[in-house]
Design a binder for this molecule. Structure first.
Ligand SMILES: *Cc1c(COP(=O)(O)O)cnc(C)c1O
Length: 360
């Protein structure tokens, strides 16, 4: 068995320990004689898995009691519709456009109301986060929407926008659990699991209780109503059981590592190693303004498409996989999520130095 260093943006690297444990429990989960994949979602065993997962993420993120934690399915993209359908009372919302994922959310929301783009970084290919200290927030906006870490462009809000008292909704798919956050600053924090938490399909949403009501847009299906899932404690229908089980194991791993303060330190150290190299390289260049750089997704280019392709190919041969940039932007991108060890980034930087010496 040879594992590679997987720099994919998502689905992405998971802690090896978690995968090993899951493998050990695959045929017989803790003496019950069956796999988690085979057990009833109403069984005591699964109920415990779900309850522990919720308790652990609550502890990790220090989630206040007046927030619900919902495990749902349909990935982050289903939330693009669920958010307006559940939160729109005035049918007005303000979106900040910082890349493809916020743009997709913005386009989906337009089906349900008047959606204002109150700021955008499209003018410079989303290579920065716009100034959000004094936005033209709509007086009747039901919420303000951001994508907090932009997986494709590699930017991140290091300071949250001033929403002028409006509810903040954030897609944190690609920075979930990468550092401590103050949950009380948000109405909804949500993310797809496949970047930093677990397998694709699962979405975790942390929602302030007053936002979970029956007062949703007419025609909203039961499955797309937060209250359905909140009332049923994420067991309205069969949830993505196996995915939730893996998420739970990742939460356990994070606790064992020392929690989110420790993850933040580790992530900063990893990112600094790579950014520092990029800032001094004669061949490679980061594409994001330094003050808005993501700790999780690091895009870079050589300036030549052929050189980029040659690099990606050579890196793959050296066991450094999935470094090709998103199909819409080209170049390279190294995603260095929680589960990417420091040694993985060291190997990458050493390889880049070697490649540069050969080609610069
Ligand atoms: C990957 C990603 C999504 C889409 O997730 P799906 O689970 O595929 O719907 C949405 N937002 C962000 C920030 C992402 O990185």
């Amino acid at each position: 068995m040879a594992r590679v260093y997987n720099f994919a943006a998502g689905p992405a690297v998971l802690p090896e320990e978690v995968l090993k444990e899951a493998a050990e429990e695959m045929l017989d989960y803790r003496g019950c004689g069956m796999s988690v994949m085979e057990m009833s979602h109403r069984s005591k065993m699964f109920e415990e898995i779900l309850n522990n997962a919720e308790a652990d993420i609550r502890e990790l993120m220090n989630i206040p009691d007046h927030y619900k934690v919902l495990f749902m399915q349909g990935g982050a993209s289903t939330q693009f519709a669920m958010i307006p359908m559940n939160l729109m009372k005035n049918r007005v919302a303000d979106y900040i456009l910082t890349g493809q994922w916020s743009k997709k959310a913005y386009q989906e929301a337009q089906k349900f109301g008047k959606i204002n783009a109150v700021a955008s970084s499209a003018d410079k290919t989303f290579s920065y986060i716009p100034d959000c200290s004094d936005l033209p927030i709509s007086p009747d906006a039901d919420y303000v929407y951001i994508c907090q870490n932009n997986t494709i462009y590699g930017t991140k809000y290091h300071r949250l926008p001033d929403t002028k008292g409006k509810t903040l909704v954030a897609d944190v798919s690609s920075c979930f659990l990468s550092e401590p956050v103050d949950v009380s600053k948000y109405g909804i924090i949500y993310g797809g699991a496949q970047k930093n938490i677990g397998p694709a399909g699962v979405v975790v949403a942390i929602i302030r209780e007053d936002l979970i009501t029956e007062d949703v847009l007419p025609g909203t299906p039961a499955m797309l109503t937060y209250k359905t899932h909140a009332d049923a404690k994420s067991l309205y229908n069969t949830p993505p059981c196996y995915g939730i089980y893996i998420c739970g194991k990742v939460f356990q791993w994070l606790k064992k590592m020392g929690g989110l303060e420790v993850m933040k330190e580790r992530n900063e150290k990893k990112a600094a190693l790579l950014y520092d190299f990029l800032d001094h390289s004669h061949l490679f260049k980061g594409t994001v303004v330094p003050e808005d750089r993501s700790l999780m997704n690091v895009p870079f280019v050589t300036g030549s498409e052929e050189m980029d392709a040659a690099f990606v190919k050579a890196a793959k041969e050296a066991g450094l996989e999935n470094l090709k940039g998103h199909r819409t932007v080209g170049g390279m991108r190294a995603s260095i999520y929680n589960a990417m060890p420091y040694e993985g980034v060291e190997k990458l930087v050493a390889f880049m130095k070697e490649f540069e010496a050969k080609h610069a």
